[in-house]
Design a protein around this ligand. Structure first.
Ligand code: IPD
Length: 277
C-alpha cells in the first residue's frame, strides 16, 4: 500500500536541512534578539525567518494542509489542532542556546492527521544529526535505527529535564523540589541540553532514560514524540495517563517502569493550555 504521507515527510526533511543551514549561518552573524512573554522567553529574526520559509514552502506544495508554528502563534494565529493534516513546527527549538551559541539547537517538524501524529523530523543542526520517524516504520538518526535504553532500574538511570522559561517562584520551587527528589532516589544524573526536542531524541537514542518538563509547547514535542515512540519508548503525562499534546506537560521514557517511578517524585502543576483561546 502506498504511504500517503511519505512525500510530506521527505519534504519536511528537505526543509529541516535548509532551515539548519540558515541557523548555522546566522550563528556567524549578529543576532537580533527580542523578548516574547518575558525577558527570558527569547525570539530572534532567525526563528521568524525560518518559520516563514517553512510555511511558504508547505503552503505551496500542500495547499490544503494546516499549520501550527511557534512564531505564528506568538503573532496571534490560533493554536488549534483539527482533523486536517497539520504541520506542527518549532523553527528554532533551543532559542536561548542559539542566542548564546550553546551548541544544541533543533528544527522540529511534526505532522498530525485526524489529531494523530504521523511523522516527526528533528534536525539538531549544529551537531548535524537528522532524527526522523514515521508511524509504524521506526526511528532513525542520520539513517541509523534508534532504540531506547533497556534499563529498568531508576538508580542506574540518567533523567533529563529543564527549567524552561517560567520564573514564577512557586513553579520554580516545584521544579527544584522535583529535581531534588529525583536526584536523591538516587539516579546516576540529571541532564538537560536546552532543547526539548533534542532531550527527547536522546531518550530515543538510549543514552537518557527519561525526560520530563512542564511548560513546553506542542511545537517543542510533537515531532520528537513520534521519534520516542518509534524507538520503543513511552509518552505520558507528568501525573500519569496519556500525554496530551496541548497540555504543555510531557514525560518521555524508555519504559513504563522508569516513567511511573519518576511520576511519583514530580510535583506537578498546570500551565495555560496551548489550545486555550
Ligand atoms: C524551549 C526549549 C527548552 C524548554 C522550553 C522550550 P524554544 O523551546 O525546548 O529546552 O525548556 O520549555 O520552550 O522556546 O527554544 O523553542
Amino acid at each position: 500500500m502506498p504511504d500517503l504521507w511519505q512525500d510530506a515527510m521527505d519534504h519536511a526533511v528537505t526543509l529541516a536541512r535548509k532551515a539548519g543551514e540558515i541557523v548555522r549561518d546566522a550563528l556567524q552573524n549578529d543576532l537580533k534578539i527580542m523578548c516574547k512573554s518575558s525577558s527570558v522567553d527569547l525570539v530572534t529574526k532567525t526563528d521568524q525567518n525560518v518559520e516563514q520559509l517553512i510555511i511558504t514552502s508547505v503552503k505551496e506544495k500542500f495547499p490544503g494542509h494546516s499549520f501550527i508554528g511557534e512564531e505564528s502563534v506568538a503573532a496571534g494565529e490560533p493554536c488549534v489542532l483539527t482533523e486536517n493534516p497539520t504541520w506542527i513546527v518549532d523553527p528554532v527549538d533551543g532559542t536561548t542556546n542559539f542566542v548564546h551559541g550553546y551548541p544544541f539547537v533543533a528544527i522540529s517538524i511534526g505532522f498530525a492527521v485526524n489529531k494523530m501524529l504521523e511523522f516527526g523530523v528533528v534536525y539538531s543542526c549544529i551537531e548535524d544529526k537528522m532524527y526522523t520517524a514515521r508511524k509504524g516504520k521506526g526511528a532513525f538518526c542520520n539513517g541509523q535505527p534508534l532504540q531506547v535504553s533497556d534499563q529498568k532500574e531508576i538508580n542506574q538511570s540518567i533523567i533529563a529535564t529543564e527549567f524552561g522559561s517560567n520564573r514564577d517562584p512557586d513553579a520554580v520551587d516545584k521544579i527544584l523540589s522535583s529535581m531534588r527528589k529525583i536526584l536523591c532516589l538516587p539516579v546516576h544524573g540529571i541532564r538537560g541540553v536546552g532543547s526539548a526536542a533534542i532531550n527527547m531524541c536522546l531518550v530515543a537514542s538510549g543514552c537518557v532514560e527519561a525526560y520530563y518538563e512542564i511548560g513546553i509547547h506542542c511545537w517543542d514535542v510533537a515531532a520528537a514524540a513520534v521519534i520516542v515512540s518509534e524507538a520503543g519508548g513511552v509518552l505520558m503525562d507528568v501525573e500519569g495517563g496519556r500525554m496530551d499534546l496541548m497540555s504543555r506537560r510531557v514525560l518521555a521514557a524508555n519504559n513504563n517502569l522508569i516513567g511511573e517511578r519518576i511520576i511519583k517524585e514530580i510535583e506537578a502543576f498546570s500551565a495555560v493550555r496551548d489550545d486555550e483561546p
